[in-house]
Design a protein around this ligand. Structure first.
Ligand SMILES: [Fe+2]
Length: 189
């Protein structure tokens, strides 16, 4: 038998139900299941403030463990569509699709991508909810999903009013992330 550096004597078998429970109990949004060059998998809990479109150069497979996802995506000419993925259903998306997976905090998705290559950049784009003009783009090197790079990109956007102000129509998008965090703190008090 040829030697294989990646050989793992005990292949991981992960109980998704337990992972969902762990996320629900801890309030965390993401749990990484594995990260290897050819495959990256994580379970995500919905973010109620999620409105941006993510662009990355990896195929993406979604499986809805619990709840329904409204997967908004934009065609190359900027037209917005929605794929509805009910519980127990799966979806494949080609690389570089501008996509915005919207699902509530009590819904859970298994996402399978590939690990980013060195220097690869993910993009997060927001559009004005009033006139649909481009608002802002955050870029991130998503080399380690366990440090929640997505949450960091959202924080950079939402906590900067200039980023949320539309240069075309003047509309100021509310800081939905701050509202969500205030509600959570209120619920814990
Ligand atoms: Fe606008």
């Amino acid at each position: 038998m040829a030697t294989n550096e990646a050989f793992i004597p005990n292949l991981p078998v992960i109980d998704l139900e337990s992972v969902c429970q762990e996320l629900a109990d801890s309030g965390r949004r993401v749990k990484v299941l594995w990260q290897h060059p050819g495959s990256l998998a994580f379970v995500a809990r919905g973010r109620e403030y999620r409105s941006e479109f993510h662009v990355n150069a990896s195929d993406e497979v979604t499986y809805m463990i619990k709840g329904t996802m409204h997967l908004h995506y934009r065609t190359q000419d900027g037209e917005e569509h929605v794929a509805v993925i009910p519980q127990g259903s799966s979806n494949w998306m080609p690389p570089n699709t501008e996509h915005s997976p919207r699902f509530p905090p009590d819904a859970f998705a298994l996402i399978i991508e590939r690990h980013r290559t060195e220097g690869e950049i993910d993009r997060f784009r927001w559009y004005c909810p009033s006139c649909k003009a481009f608002l802002h783009e955050e870029q991130a090197n998503v080399s380690d999903y366990s440090v929640d790079p997505v949450g960091r990109a959202y924080r950079n956007f939402f906590y900067n009013e200039d980023h949320r102000t539309c240069k075309a129509c003047g509309h100021v998008m509310p800081n939905a992330m701050a509202e969500s965090e205030a509600n959570r703190l209120g619920a814990q008090a």
